[in-house]
Each structure stands twice: as C-alpha cells, then as structure tokens.
Design a protein around this ligand. Sequence first.
Ligand SMILES: *Cc1c(COP(=O)(O)O)cnc(C)c1O
Length: 401
Amino acid sequence: MNSSDKKTIYVDNAATTAMSKAAIDAMLPYLDGVYGNPSSLHTAGQVAKEALEGFRARIAARLDAEPGEIYFTSGGSESDNQAIRSAAINGAKRGKKHIITTAFEHHAVLHTLKKCEREGFEVTYLDVHENGIVTAEQVADAIRDDTALVTIMFANNEIGTIQPIAEIGAVCREKKVVFHTDAVQAAGHVPVDVKAMNIDMLSLSAHKFHGAKGVGALYVRRGVPINAFIEGGAQEKGRRAGTENLAGIAAMAAALDEACENMASVAKKERALCDRLISGLSKIAHSKLNGDRIRRLPNIVNMCFEGIEGEGLLLHLDDRGICASSGSACTSGSLDPSHVLLALGLPHEVAHGSLRLSLSEATTDADVDAILKAVPDVVAYLRNISPVWEALEKGEKEHLI
Ligand SMILES: *Cc1c(COP(=O)(O)O)cnc(C)c1O
C-alpha cells in the first residue's frame, strides 16, 4: 500500500478538532502574562476577572444568551452531567421523576440517565426514525404530568442528523417542561439560538470547534434551577467550584467567534465535499448512507458497507494516511456495533461495517479524491477475505443493504 501523498488526511473532526491559529493566539496571553486568579481581590486578580467576564459575554452573544446564563465547565460531558442531574433532582423535589430522551444520545447523556434510572427515575427513550430524526410530535406525545426533563441532542455525533430543536423547544415551553440539548456537535457549525429555539439548558465543548480540549460551557436560562456538582469555592455563582481555566476559556471565545463568523462559507465548502463523498462512496455495491440526506451537519458523512468490519477499514485507511472513525470514539475498542446505528434500525451485521468521515474547513478537494480512491480499494480488499461476503456472494445469505 504505497501512498503518493504522505500528508495525513484528518477526517475525524467529530472526535476532536485541531486548534485554530486564532484560538491559540487568544490563549497565549493567559499562559504567559495574565496569570491572576479571577477570585483574587488584587489588581492581578481583577485583570483576570475582567477578561473572564468579557469572554463570557462574547460566548453568550453567539448563542443569543445573557452573560449570566453561561457557566464554564470542563467540556461537553460535564455540562451534560450537570444539566441532567440538576434537572432530575429539582424535578424530583416537585414529584416529577420522568425524563424523555432518544435512543441515540451521546454516552455522556445516556450513562447519566442510567444512573437516574437506578435512583428511581423513569426514562422514556424515543425511537429514532430510520433517517436519524425524532419529531416534536413524538416528544409531545411522551410528555406527562410528571415529566421533569426532555434532553435531546441538537446534532448527532455519529451520523450528523439535525433534530427539529426549535419545534421540540416550543412543545416543551408550552408544556412547561425543562428542555436540555447537547449541542456539542452543533455549536460553531450551524446556527444555535437559545431564545428563538426555546432552549432551557445547552451543552457545548470547545474542542469540537477548534478550541482547546478540557473546556466547555453550560447555558442555563435564567429562572431554571441549576445545582452544583463540584463543591468548593464560589466560582460560577457557586454552581461550579474550581479556579477557572482562563486560557482555555479565552481560546473558546476566539474559536466560537471565528466559527460563527465563517459559518456560512465553511458550511458551503464542507457540504460540497460531503456531497462528493456521498455520491462517490454510494457507488460501492451494497453500501448505505446513514441518516437523513438533507437534515444533517455540513461536515459529517456516515456510511455502511456490507460484509466488512469497520475496524479493519479504519486500520487500512490509517495505513494510507487517512484518519477516520467507525462512529463513536467512546465505543472503539469494544466489539459492539454503534448504539446510534442500531437505534436507526440497522441490523448488527450491517452496523459493524460503518465509516464516519467528519470534515473541517481544512479538508481539500484532493483529500476527497484520495478518500474516494482509498475506500473502494480497501472495501474490495476486505470483502475479498471476508467469509461473510463470500456467503453473500454465493447466495447462502441474503444481502441486507
Ligand atoms: C464530544 C461530545 C461530547 C463530549 O464532550 P467532551 O468535551 O469531550 O466531554 C458530548 N456530546 C457530544 C454530542 C459530543 O460529540
């Protein structure tokens, strides 16, 4: 397998992104220079505090939130945990112990909900349609008098489908149920407006839009109760103790500004590249695009190829300098197929043969050309040595896609 192009083609941006130059530049003064603790009363502390509040206001503005509604956290997982645990505890105080979600959330949501179930909460997992979308009607039908929370992701991290968040938000607001959305894949990629979409709580993570790892935010609408899960100092209005990651927050503000300013042009470019990938890879026999063709993030393509294992495909692509994923980074290393693909109703055998390509503004036409050459070659090679494929070819097994 000799590759003429030695450059790494990184198409795993849903797992994490490279930091942008603007984000790194924004971070540097807080690593080297402004080192005060924002909680200190002296000048060095107050300089840091003023900077912190400036970043909070900038991030809030990008979501159409108020600065006082933004709490800094260590990332998407922490924000999801805090939002859900808090809504559950506050719901239970009013006798509400029912939560609504979908079967294809991120594990930061699903595992938190499992914990709630062990503590006596009842969780309704809405069925996801074959196209990777849940509807506001499904949410409306599932809401009960004792529903404490609806938590539904904005955009799915494996297949990229975008949920009807504004409609779901309208249903929840009308029925006075708290609505949380994990917008980790959406923020900085598609427009997010917490007011217009009636969102009560929203999670985001900087490293998914070219900021640093280990920093994120939780938006909580004023008036919605939010509990602390890390005890200690009075940072973040007592809702999240711990000296703030000022450098990371600086980079997050810069990365979000940059992503929002360039959103339309980047999305246009990514969408064109994804369209090429979808039409090129769909030519592979017995392949399938996962998730809705239209209502999707501009940068994620997820396909299944029958008769192969996703892991084998990834390793061979990596040999050719292509960094991709089979879906969730969190399940890699386990042999279970993705819970997201199973939620769409794909059979286990098919779900095993998945490939996720997640692009960024750095992805080029030449990268797409290289992928469109490598994937069919590797799929053909793997099918050639696959007993499952042999059985399919001999007619001993029925093709499923
Ligand atoms: C990456 C991701 C998370 C976790 O965010 P971290 O900052 O890595 O903890 C949560 N939800 C979704 C949808 C994600 O893609």
